[in-house]
Design a protein around this ligand. Structure first.
Ligand SMILES: Nc1ncnc2c1ncn2[C@@H]1O[C@H](COP(=O)(O)OP(=O)(O)OP(=O)(O)O)[C@@H](O)[C@H]1O
Ligand SMILES: [Mg+2]
Length: 237
C-alpha cells in the first residue's frame, strides 16, 4: 500500500479518533480515547510524547504499533513508512512488528521462569530466528542492564524489567525503522536514565524514528504534548 506523503516520514497519523465501549448491559456507553489526532515523526527524529496521566500516550503508541483496545472503533489513518497500520489487517501489523517496528509497553511482560537471555531472545525465537548469545549480550549492554544473562528473570526490579524489554525490542525487528517506548525511564536511577537517553539519541542518529512517552525531561529533539485524548502542540525542546 503506497503512502502519498514524503519519504522522510517514519510515522504519520492523520485525524485518528478511537472510541471504546465501556460498561455493560444498560450501562453500556462509549468513551473517546483519542480525538482527531494528527502528528508525524520523521526518520532519525527523537521525539518525546508528554501529557498528564490518562491523556492518551499509551493509546497513541499502541495504535501506531497496530494494537487497538478490544471493543474499540478507530477512524483515520496511520502509516509507518509506506505501511498502512490503520485501517489494516492483523497480519500486516504483526509483520511490521517482526521486521521494522520495536515497541516496549508501559508494563512489559517478563517471563519469570525464563532466564534474562531467554526473555530477550523470546520474541525473535517465536519468529523462527536464530539468536546468538553475542547479539543478546550486545542488546543487554546497549540498555545498560548489567546482569547475569543466565539468571532467571523472576525478581527483577521494575527498572530492570524495562531494560530487559528494551533489549528485546532492540533485538526483535530485523531492520528497525521505528522504536516506540512507553515510559522507559520510569523507575530508573538518574545515571541509567541519562544512559538510556543517550542510547535513544544514538539510535535516532542512525536513522531510527524514536517516539518516547515520558513524564520527564529527555534529550528528545521535539516534544508532542497531549491532553485529554488530543494532541495539543508539537514543538522543539
Ligand atoms: N481499553 C480501555 N477501556 C476503557 N478506557 C480506556 C481503555 N484504554 C484506555 N482507556 C482510558 O483512556 C485514557 C487514556 O489512557 P492511556 O493509557 O492512553 O493514558 P496515558 O497518557 O498513557 O496515561 P499514563 O501516563 O497514566 O500512562 C485513560 O482515561 C484510560 O482510562
Ligand atoms: Mg501510559
Amino acid at each position: 500500500m503506497a503512502m502519498p506523503s514524503s519519504g522522510s516520514r517514519a510515522i504519520e497519523i492523520k485525524a485518528v479518533t478511537i472510541d471504546v465501549e465501556i460498561g455493560r448491559g444498560r450501562t453500556l456507553s462509549s468513551l473517546r480515547l483519542l480525538e482527531d489526532a494528527c502528528m508525524h515523526v520523521n526518520r532519525g527524529e527523537h521525539v518525546a510524547l508528554s501529557g498528564p496521566s490518562g491523556s492518551g500516550k499509551t493509546t497513541l503508541l499502541q495504535a501506531i504499533a497496530g494494537i487497538l483496545p478490544t471493543r474499540s472503533k478507530a477512524k483515520g489513518e496511520i502509516f509507518v513508512g509506506a505501511t498502512r497500520v490503520l485501517p489494516s489487517g492483523r497480519r500486516e501489523t504483526e509483520e511490521l512488528r517482526a521486521t521494522r517496528l520495536g515497541y516496549v509497553a508501559q508494563h512489559p511482560a517478563v517471563f519469570g521462569r525464563l532466564t534474562v537471555a531467554e526473555n530477550v531472545g523470546y520474541a525473535s525465537r517465536l519468529l523462527g530466528r536464530k539468536v546468538d548469545r553475542s547479539a543478546i549480550a550486545l542488546a543487554l549492554e546497549q540498555t545498560g542492564l548489567r546482569i547475569d544473562p543466565d539468571r532467571v528473570a523472576a525478581g527483577l526490579s521494575g527498572g530492570e524489567q524495562k531494560r530487559l524489554a528494551l533489549a528485546s525490542a532492540l533485538l526483535g525487528p530485523t531492520a528497525p525503522e521505528v522504536l516506540l517506548l512507553d515510559e522507559p525511564t520510569a523507575g530508573l536511577h538518574v545515571e541509567d536514565r541519562a544512559g538510556l537517553n543517550d542510547l535513544l539519541s544514538r539510535l535516532a542518529a542512525q536513522g531510527t524514528a524514536v517516539l518516547v512517552a515520558t513524564h520527564e525531561d529527555t534529550s528528545a529533539q521535539r516534544r508532542i504534548a497531549m491532553a485529554d485524548g488530543h494532541i495539543l502542540r508539537s514543538s522543539g525542546v
